[in-house]
Design a protein around this ligand. Structure first.
Ligand code: SAM
Length: 219
């Protein structure tokens, strides 16, 4: 296995993280043993962070021990891979507002003790005011005002010099504009909001009309 970013591995054109809950495969993914270590196959067609890595994003700032605010946790697919990367010394505050998704997330959080599920609306950071400052805000909420939600959460919770990772679904923002124009406009908003764009990738064909952005707070 080749470690391409801290905690992210590549072998035979497949992406993996080291499994922190041995034997457990919440999404029926393939588990692979290498010596005493167990790895979970990470399908880039089911995870925008996975897709961004496969598309060659230059920077993937999530690392062991990081504290992450994850907005739009859904059923926990990408959150569990992020939890594998930050390991037990790190933590994910996983915010989700759909009760159907949240109910699927809960049993996963019983196994992944470094994921704290929070049923809340990411537009109202005051609902989870009690969380600590984080190294990374990750957002994947597929909402028209996603960038504004991201900036507001970063202002509340991101440490100075921390990172924002954002998946954009262009159709959720404006169906009438070209995806390319939408990505440009959202990145302009981030720059105006005090972020430097470190890198970004379109995710086609793995995720059609989506992009993934890595940005760093200048504050
Ligand atoms: C595209 S899915 C996220 C997929 C997930 N990030 C993954 O890769 O496994 C978007 C999720 O964001 C949630 N969501 C949308 N708006 C939200 C909001 N304002 N607050 C919290 N969750 C929200 C939706 O309910 C949905 O589960």
């Amino acid at each position: 296995m080749q470690e391409i970013f801290g905690g992210v591995f590549f072998e035979d054109r497949k992406l993996f993280t080291e499994n922190s809950v041995p034997g457990y495969k919440p999404f029926d993914e393939e588990l692979v043993k290498r010596g005493k270590r167990e790895f979970r196959t990470w399908n880039p067609r089911r995870s925008k962070l996975g897709a961004a890595i496969v598309k060659g994003i230059k920077s993937m700032p999530i690392k062991k021990g990081d504290k992450i605010l994850y907005l739009g946790a859904a059923h926990g697919m990408t959150p569990t891979f992020v939890a594998n990367i930050v390991k037990e010394s790190g933590i994910l505050y996983a915010v989700e507002f759909s009760d159907r998704c949240f109910n699927n997330l809960l049993p996963i959080c019983e196994k992944y003790t470094n994921i704290t599920p929070i049923m809340a609306d990411a537009r109202k950071p005051e609902e989870y005011y009690w969380i600590e400052k984080v190294d990374v805000v990750f957002i994947d909420v597929a909402q028209p005002d996603e960038t504004e939600i991201a900036i507001r959460n970063c202002k509340e919770f991101l440490k100075p010099g921390g990172y924002l990772l954002m998946a954009i679904k262009s159709r959720s923002i404006d169906v009438t504009k070209s995806p390319g124009l939408i990505y440009k406009e959202e990145m302009a908003k981030l720059r105006k909001g005090g972020f430097e764009i470190i890198d970004w990738k379109t995710l086609d064909p793995l995720e059609k009309a989506h992009a993934f952005i890595v940005a760093k707070s200048k504050d």
